[in-house]
Design a protein around this ligand. Structure first.
Ligand SMILES: [Mg+2]
Length: 351
């Protein structure tokens, strides 16, 4: 079921959007996504949905998500105003480091309906490169990927993959030596700490693995953060890594930069028209900034340390949660397109 659903979405993604064809295409995408979600890890709908979220994330039932509402309750008017989706990657689109079919189908469906999609991650530039390539080279259907917590942007210009940095060359060169020194200090002073396996692809930061291939407990993570901050770094914790870097850039500054650079749009002037999707404590800045931010269900794994909650939560975890986000937006997009089509027909105007 899921394979055929993904194929339908991927095929539709390549069909030019024209009038009634577009309406039929969106309907097919919507049905395909729905089937994909049904076969995924969606938690059963229940009046006690917060308990379901806790169950999904393996949390104690005493964990709560204050002020967060189910994503399915997003008002239709809000959904119709959306022009783009910003999304984290690890444990939001991916499971164990790989994108799941439902999440990839959701990305394709969002792009096919004309919404902008930009991935924003703590992963390194080198890790992101293959996914920022053209679709026929294994790339993802996104406008751009912002890597290293806002430091690097990768996007396609025709067949050419372009990489741009938030910091200039001399600044990056100055920081490179300091990054190595801090990494050595962390490894020296925090027993059990190890560099993330994707460190070779990093240009502007360092990352300590706490949950991808290694396991650090809370005290060890705090010790890593303490060293990084003592060295003057900005430091955050994702679902898998502790990241540290020199500079003021963040996921939010990276989002502002790439939206202005690629789309000539002012993200702050239209922040209620962008959805942000994330899963971890390093997404809190984005959760607090975007009124339509949403956490996938596995965000509940961080319930006891989260200080800024998104206004919405999905019932599904990881890729299934992201597919749920897309399906809700797509449903309203379908209504919007259908309404405009019927209005055009009533006026005798070809759409
Ligand atoms: Mg994440």
């Amino acid at each position: 079921m899921r394979v055929s659903a993904v194929a339908a979405v991927e095929n539709s993604f390549r069909i030019p959007s024209l009038g009634t064809q577009r309406r039929l295409k969106i309907l097919n995408l919507r049905r395909a996504l729905q089937r994909s979600s049904e076969s995924g890890r969606i938690v059963d709908v229940s009046p006690k949905w917060r308990k379901s979220l806790c169950k999904t994330a393996g949390m104690n039932l005493t964990s709560t998500a204050p002020h967060a509402r189910p994503w399915c309750e997003l008002p239709a008017a809000d959904a119709r105003c959306v022009v783009g989706v910003l999304t984290d990657i690890d444990d939001t689109l991916t499971t164990l480091g790989a994108i799941t079919p439902d999440a990839r189908a959701a990305l394709a469906a969002l792009c096919a309906t004309g919404l902008h999609v930009i991935a924003i991650t703590g992963r390194p530039m080198g890790w992101c490169e293959p996914f920022a390539q053209a679709l026929d080279r294994g790339g993802w259907p996104v406008d751009a990927i912002v890597a290293e917590n806002g430091a690097v942007a990768l996007f396609r210009e025709g067949d050419v993959l372009t990489t741009e940095y938030a910091q200039d060359g001399p600044t990056r060169a100055r920081n490179a030596h300091r990054l190595r020194e801090v990494a050595a200090r962390v490894l020296r002073e925090v027993p059990g700490a190890a560099l993330a396996r994707d460190s070779a692809g990093r240009v502007t930061d360092i990352a300590i693995d706490h949950a991808e291939f290694a396991h650090l407990d809370r005290a060890q993570v705090d010790a890593v953060l303490a060293v990084m901050r003592d060295e003057g770094m900005t430091a955050t914790v994702s679902s898998i890594h502790v990241n540290g870097w020199f500079g003021e850039h963040t996921k939010l500054s990276g989002a502002r930069w790439i939206v202005r650079r690629l789309l000539a749009r002012d993200l702050d002037a239209e922040r209620e028209r962008w959805v942000y999707v994330g899963d971890s404590t390093n997404d809190q800045l984005m959760f607090g900034h975007f009124p339509l931010s949403v956490g996938v269900a596995n965000l509940m794994a961080f319930a006891d340390v989260l200080t800024t909650w998104p206004p919405y939560l999905t019932r599904g975890a990881r890729g299934a949660g992201f597919a749920e986000v897309a399906a809700r937006l797509l449903a309203e997009r379908w209504v919007d397109v259908s309404t405009r089509h019927e209005a055009s027909r009533d006026r005798g105007v070809p759409d």
